[in-house]
Design a protein around this ligand. Structure first.
Ligand code: PLP
Ligand code: COI
Length: 338
């Protein structure tokens, strides 16, 4: 067994022994294989390098009490990767190939799947990139699909302790751009605003809608949601945010397990008083409670800057209980790695 301080992991790169790699050439995928080599050898003309022709996914493997391993809604990650790929004119990765690759990588790196109860998980990063000799702005003729993994802990330092966020003057994505696709360019655009937020001691920034700057879009690495005083779960409705699998799962759980009204709707930055609790949600972020949001000179505190609220606690227990196999999952949400 590898020696890792599981309980104190952050969200950092770690080399693990195996990753999956397959190449697309002459219109078809070649046979994928596991390799120990974590360096990609690609042409200097690769479209991924110059024109950002690449997309990726993020999902986790969860060690259960009985030592088995769960994947959470991996089919949804496959579908989203293919939507991103379509937007950037990249070839489809068949769902069975995607799921098989993820399972192979988890099994091969079994020792790195953190033990149950440590709060850590194995984070998987599927990545599709345009490669090959080229220089003009057009889709690549060759592609690499790879899946690698590493054990991780909390993405936002607080974990279930609330942290504060700040609205950004920058836009993450254009109204009809690539905001709903999981493509590197969106994240490149978020680096400067994110750094400015960190410098001011905020966990991250919150982007407002690019057209009017009046409505919350999302965090740079997670979706936003709030719980209203009359117990509605509300999360922003926008064509330029990432369709978060965690967000859609919470919409379902809020309604069907917690009995809340759950909806996607406009969330006005001037209307935060309607919420008693708020959080950021995503694969890496899980559910990260938001203590307060700085917007210009105004600092709005939700439930508390130091304590997580009761509704978010219930949602967190339901979601993570399902992911770790302790709570019965809605049909089709859990894929066993065997
Ligand atoms: N929004 C952005 C910008 C993200 O990077 C992520 C992470 O994947 C999310 C939202 C959450 O999406 P998901 O719940 O599918 O991980
Ligand atoms: C995820 O939650 O999987 C993400 O991709 C967010 C971030 C690490 C980019």
């Amino acid at each position: 067994m590898v020696e890792i301080d599981w309980a104190n992991l952050g969200f950092d790169y770690m080399y693990t022994p195996f990753r999956y790699i397959a190449t697309w050439k002459d219109g078809k995928w070649g046979e994928g294989k596991l390799t120990g080599d974590n360096v990609l050898h690609i042409s200097e003309g690769s479209a991924a390098l110059h024109y950002g022709q690449q997309c990726f996914e993020g999902l986790k493997a969860y060690r259960c009490k009985d030592d088995s391993i769960n994947l959470f809604r991996v089919d949804e990650n496959s579908k989203r990767l293919n939507k991103s790929a379509e937007r950037l004119r990249m070839p489809e990765v068949p769902e069975d190939m995607f799921i098989d690759a993820v399972k192979k990588v988890v099994l091969a790196n079994d020792e790195y799947v953190p033990p149950y109860g440590t709060g850590a998980t194995l984070y998987l990063r599927p990545l599709l990139i345009g490669v090959g000799d080229a220089i003009g702005v057009h889709p690549a003729q060759e592609y690499i699909f790879t899946v690698f993994c590493m054990p991780v802990g909390a993405y936002f330092k607080g974990g279930l302790t609330p942290t504060n966020f700040i609205t950004s003057k920058y836009d993450r994505a254009a109204p009809n751009g690539t905001g709903a696709s999981k493509v590197g360019g969106n994240y490149a655009a978020s680096l400067l605003p994110g750094e400015e937020a960190h410098q001011r001691k905020f966990s991250d920034c919150i982007y407002l809608d690019p057209a009017t700057h009046t409505k919350i879009e999302e965090v740079g690495s997670a979706n936003f949601f709030g719980i209203t005083h009359d117990d509605k779960f509300i999360t922003p409705l926008s064509p330029s945010i990432l369709p978060s699998i965690t967000k859609y799962s919470l919409l379902y759980l809020a309604e069907h397990r917690l009995g809340l009204e759950a909806l996607e709707d406009d969330v006005y930055i001037d209307g935060l008083d309607e919420f008693k609790e708020a959080g950021a949600c995503g694969t890496a972020a899980v559910i990260s409670p938001i203590g307060g949001i700085q917007n210009g000179d105004d600092f709005h505190v939700f439930y508390s800057e130091t304590k997580v609220g009761p509704v978010i606690t219930k949602l967190y227990n339901e979601l993570t209980g399902i992911q770790y196999g302790d709570v019965e999952a809605p049909e089709g949400w859990i894929f066993k790695v065997e």
